[in-house]
Design a protein around this ligand. Structure first.
Ligand SMILES: O=P(O)(O)OC[C@H]1O[C@H](OP(=O)(O)OP(=O)(O)O)[C@H](O)[C@@H]1O
Ligand code: HPA
Ligand SMILES: [Mg+2]
Length: 205
């Protein structure tokens, strides 16, 4: 898959020559560039939903496991674009906290509400960065004896991956830079942006 190009133009704080993509959402001088627009995301989410549905049976709804919090926007758009019935479960795990690199320790904040024995599971993830969260999650869920586990991830950073994970469906490959929006946060901020943007380096360096 082609890597999404890193934008050549990045807005520095206060730069009057370039539009400020964060301003209309209350994040003035914080976002350096938009990487994936709302339109880009909408089209890709539909494409992924159709591809996943084509591999699944209408009569045996897959159980989607949304990895909170980051995947919440993706999940809600994804299920509404799916042409087959699905069931939903939520698991909250965290390893980043207020940092831009993984702590390496994945913690469960909220577990599944039901037994997944014999079910076809689709893990719905916003981003694969180091791959540590997903590899941990795959082992954790596999130990609960589901019939099968697939993964759909909206974003992936191929240059950042430390642990190889088998991912059947991926939306976009991104450059190795810290991104926010469409569910993704830095220290709990920016999840509400409707696009995926590059966080200005001055916000975390
Ligand atoms: O491949 P990795 O390096 O493990 O990174 C990916 C994970 O990191 C983020 O979660 P985070 O720990 O920030 O929790 P959050 O979803 O609540 O923001 C993201 O939502 C993924 O779940
Ligand atoms: O680039 C990122 N942005 C936000 N959250 C993340 N979790 C892993 N990588 C990222
Ligand atoms: Mg996070």
């Amino acid at each position: 898959m082609a890597l999404v190009a890193a934008p050549a133009q990045r807005r520095a704080p206060g730069d009057p020559a370039l539009d400020d993509p964060g301003a209309e959402y209350g994040y003035r001088d914080e976002i350096a560039a938009v990487l994936l627009s709302e339109q880009d995301l909408r089209a890709k989410v539909r494409e992924l939903a159709v591809a996943v549905a084509a591999d699944h049976d209408v009569d045996t709804p897959p159980l989607l496991v949304c990895v909170l919090k980051g995947a919440v926007m993706f999940l809600t758009d994804f299920v509404r674009a799916m042409p087959i019935p699905t069931e939903l479960e939520f698991m909250a795990v965290t390893s980043y906290g207020s940092a831009t690199t993984s702590s390496g320790v994945v913690r469960i904040l909220k577990d599944l509400d039901r037994d997944i024995t014999g079910r076809r599971i689709i893990i719905v993830e916003d981003i694969i960065d180091s791959g540590l969260t997903l590899s941990w999650l795959l082992k954790n869920l596999a130990s609960r004896n589901p019939a099968a586990i697939d993964v759909v991830a909206l974003l992936r950073k191929p240059e950042a991956v430390k642990v190889d994970v088998d991912v059947r469906y991926v939306g976009f490959d991104l450059p190795n830079e810290f991104v926010v929006g469409y569910g993704l946060d830095y220290a709990e901020r920016y999840r509400d942006l409707p696009y995926v943007g590059l966080l200005g380096e001055h916000m975390y360096r």
